[in-house]
Design a protein around this ligand. Structure first.
Ligand code: ASP
Length: 416
């Protein structure tokens, strides 16, 4: 199928819609296995291709971006603004989630039979999640940013360590004589251009990749569980939409001169990839490309704010964790005190920071939030049926939040 001369966004959207239809057909007509065995690998190949460029892209562009900053204080300022934006928007996201879940009470009106069925079927999966859960210590989180072995950081794709290395390397490049630093900078500029060219080539197959990913998801989908969990899913999705339309739009309106329409049009390809891959890390190269090319954010800021955001800024995940905790509490017929709600804000903030930008990572760290307020972990099993679709939606918000931060910071720094 050749889809000539349409804009990239339109082609990806066509791929996505065609994938949904194809997946539903496969599910109904009973050829889901064909989709899993022969179509899904195309999607996996696409994800592997974009994941392949993440590490070199982040390192080369951040190193070059930092090396060209001649004022280290400016770097500090950009860092503080970026972190402040990420923290504030995440706290607002959790608050929106808690507010909606407390007022709409999605878990309260479940028919007794559905409730029993959910609680019964959930216990096994919840326990499985508990065994994979390691509670992070704040001290370790900070210490782990410093790599003891740079090569290991690259091999493991540890994004915070790679960011740390690139920042240190970039700062020191600007401190040594330019006849020494220039060849290094030139080399990494070359690497950066090659990687960006690779991203362009990969984007040509994006519509097919998205088609394959989405058809595999829809072929797998059981509609039954979705209906029982419809109200809960609707609350999460409404919260996500409110967060994007109110919080990000206001931030862009207040702090930058960019038109809101331009922002959302520019970021759409990244949103579609995030939706179909459910991974903000895998989407990172596309997010960087969109924010630089379509939104006009300088490389310096995009290469710092976006990789950091893909690692620590998960507004969609945080909102989802807030709603889910309250929902599970309601299903179990428990209630939460105001102090417990505050605990949810704090732990969901930390849990979302600790969530990797990979599929289903947020449901694992949800266990930290549940544990902090004493809600049974088996409750996670209740919501696993709709996990994938909510994962796709919250990943879109995670990526949009990163891009909005890049626009806001770039704008206040005169780099838009
Ligand atoms: N899949 C999400 C992301 O990559 C993380 C999560 O599971 O919430 O952004």
């Amino acid at each position: 199928m050749k889809l000539p001369r349409l804009p990239l966004y339109t082609r990806i959207l066509i791929g996505l819609l065609a994938g949904v239809v194809f997946g539903i057909l496969a599910n109904q007509l009973g050829f889901s296995d064909f989709v899993f065995n022969y179509i899904k690998p195309v999607g996996s190949a696409f994800i592997r291709l974009i994941s392949m460029v993440v590490v070199p892209l982040v390192f080369a562009s951040l190193l070059v971006g930092t090396a060209s900053l001649n004022d280290i204080r400016k770097l500090g300022r950009i860092g503080v603004k970026t972190l402040a934006y990420y923290l504030c928007t995440t706290i607002i996201a959790i608050s929106i989630g808690l507010f909606l879940a407390n007022t709409l009470r999605p878990g309260a009106g479940l028919p007794e039979e559905a409730r029993k069925k959910l609680v019964q079927s959930s216990s096994e999966e919840g326990v499985q999640i508990e065994t994979t859960l390691k509670k992070p210590k704040i001290k370790d989180i900070f210490l782990n940013i410093i790599p003891t072995n740079p090569i290991k950081a690259f091999v493991e794709g540890n994004m915070l360590q790679i960011i740390f290395l690139a920042l240190m390397g970039g700062i020191c490049l600007s401190l040594i004589p330019s006849e020494r630093s220039q060849p290094v900078i030139n080399f990494f500029e070359g690497v950066n251009e090659v990687v960006i060219r690779i991203v362009h080539i990969i984007m040509k197959i994006a519509p097919y990749g998205v088609f394959a990913l989405i058809s595999a998801v829809t072929a797998d989908f059981g509609l039954g569980i979705l209906l029982i969990l419809l109200k809960y899913s609707a609350v999460v999705i409404v919260g996500l939409i409110l967060h994007v339309t109110i919080v990000y739009s206001s931030a862009i309106k207040i702090f930058s001169k960019q038109k809101i329409g331009t922002f959302f049009r520019g970021i759409r390809p990244a949103q579609l990839i995030a939706f179909s891959s459910a991974s903000s890390s895998a989407t990172l190269p596309v997010t960087m490309e969109c924010t630089e090319r379509n939104l006009g954010v300088s490389r310096q800021i995009a290469s710092f704010a976006l990789p950091l955001g893909a690692t620590i800024n998960m507004d969609g995940t945080a909102l989802y964790q807030g709603v889910s905790t309250v929902f599970i509490t309601q299903v179990y017929g428990l209630s939460l005190t105001p102090a417990q709600q505050l605990t949810i804000v704090l732990t969901a903030l930390l849990a979302s920071i600790g969530t990797a930008g990979t599929p289903a990572a947020g449901v694992i760290t949800l266990a930290i939030v549940l544990k902090s307020v004493g809600v049974p972990l088996e409750g996670i099993g209740i919501i696993l049926g709709v996990e994938r679709i909510l994962d796709m939606c919250r990943s879109v918000v995670n990526v949009t939040g990163d891009a909005s931060c890049a626009v806001v910071v770039a704008s206040t720094e005169g780099q838009l």
